[in-house]
Ligand binder design. Structure first.
Ligand SMILES: Cc1cc2nc3c(=O)[nH]c(=O)nc-3n(C[C@H](O)[C@H](O)[C@H](O)COP(=O)(O)OP(=O)(O)OC[C@H]3O[C@@H](n4cnc5c(N)ncnc54)[C@H](O)[C@@H]3O)c2cc1C
Length: 335
């Protein structure tokens, strides 16, 4: 067995029977049909994966494909990037070129290939706003296909790729960026941070700087404190349900989400007094209640216990069910 514990940011024990590095699309096309029916798991930066079973009797695929192809059309920039690049490196490269689009998404950990899987998002922007097309390996058809963004069924931390995890491997992502300024600074504390640091909203690098400062002040760095970012999705409820909750809990932050309303899961966990709550090596982060951290000694059963406590407390007080955001290997509820 190969020890892959260090390849996930939550650092729960993780061993796999085999690991296959995929360095090019040709490499994928030749080696995937040979896998047959062996269980497989695609692993990028491991920053959105919770390993609840320490041994995986299958093959872990590591799509390390690199490419950076630019096509310009007027003020539009179409950038095709390989799945194996670090997301943040690509964000910084686009900002250095003066292209607008990804500045609010700076400092999100992980690889490019995973970005469309859960439609990564932060500070009012989601990948879907800048994803033009993806190139995929389709395990069912044993062929490379392309899907336009409109076919990916993007939603809040959701896409068709998350819905059918065994079907597709992301090979490249084509992003649509622009040379025309389009600052989105109305979300969270971005405008305040720009002013505080005397930064300009007309420069995408300045917006990214503000975003990075805010993130660094709030979120634990997985290099020092193992975590997977937000552990729970913000529940999206009917507006009449949100209004009822708001009447009972006037401080509860709510956000419009299409015809529905999104409720801040972190606020609910904090309101219940669970910030800092610890079960063995796992804790609710003391600055951001949506993040669960591992002090390095935590095991899967301690995480299960902490997750069960948070979910049952939120259900009992607010009547809402919290869904786990990251992908899981293994189950939280053992029957
Ligand atoms: C400190 C911290 C902050 C974070 N902040 C944010 C945030 O602001 N917004 C946000 O949306 N997320 C955030 N995340 C979550 C995470 O960074 C993203 O989900 C990221 O896209 C995961 O990338 P990864 O390469 O690490 O994916 P992995 O953890 O390796 O994989 C995640 C899932 O994607 C699948 N996958 C990976 N690569 C491919 C591929 N090439 N083809 C098909 N499937 C694939 C995996 O099988 C798995 O199911 C944060 C995480 C941390 C630790």
């Amino acid at each position: 067995m190969f020890d892959l514990t260090g390849l996930t940011t939550l650092k729960l024990p993780f061993h796999a029977a085999s690991v296959l590095k995929l360095s090019s699309i040709e490499n994928v096309c030749v080696s995937m049909p040979e896998l047959g029916s062996a269980p497989r798991l695609i692993l990028g930066g491991g920053s959105n994966l919770v390993v609840l079973e320490p041994e995986f009797d299958g093959v872990v695929l590591r799509p390390e494909i690199k490419c950076f192809e630019v096509t310009e059309s007027g003020s539009d920039i179409f950038l095709e990037v390989g799945a194996g690049h670090q997301w943040h490196d690509i964000v910084m490269q686009t900002l250095e070129r003066g292209w607008f689009g990804l500045e609010n998404l700076a400092l999100i950990p992980g690889w490019m290939g995973a970005a469309p899987v859960q439609n990564i998002g932060a500070y009012g922007v989601e990948l879907k706003d800048h994803c033009y097309r993806v190139k995929l390996y389709d395990f069912e058809e044993e062929a490379v296909i392309e899907l336009d963004a409109s076919e990916l069924k993007f939603g809040y931390r959701h896409s068709i790729l998350k819905e059918t995890p065994d079907r597709f491997l992301v090979l490249t992502v084509t992003l649509k960026l622009s040379t025309v300024p389009n600052p989105r600074v109305g979300y969270g504390a971005i405008a305040d941070e720009l002013e505080k640091q005397n930064l300009k909203s007309s420069d995408p690098r300045d917006i990214a700087k503000a975003v990075m400062s805010i993130r660094q002040s709030k979120l634990p760095d997985p290099a020092d404190t193992p975590n997977v970012g937000s552990f729970f999705k913000n529940p999206v409820v009917r507006t009449d349900v949100a209004e009822r909750l708001k009447a009972e809990f006037p401080d509860m932050p709510t956000y419009p989400d299409g015809a529905q309303t999104k409720i801040a899961a972190g606020w609910m966990i904090d309101h219940l007094g669970l910030k800092g709550h610890q079960v063995g090596g796992f804790s609710v982060h003391d600055r951001q209640a949506l993040v669960l951290t591992n002090d390095g000694s935590g095991n899967a059963n301690e995480l299960r216990e902490l997750v069960a406590l948070i979910r049952s407390s939120v259900k009992a007080t607010f009547g809402l069910s919290l869904a786990v955001e990251p992908t899981q290997l293994g189950q939280f509820n053992r029957t």
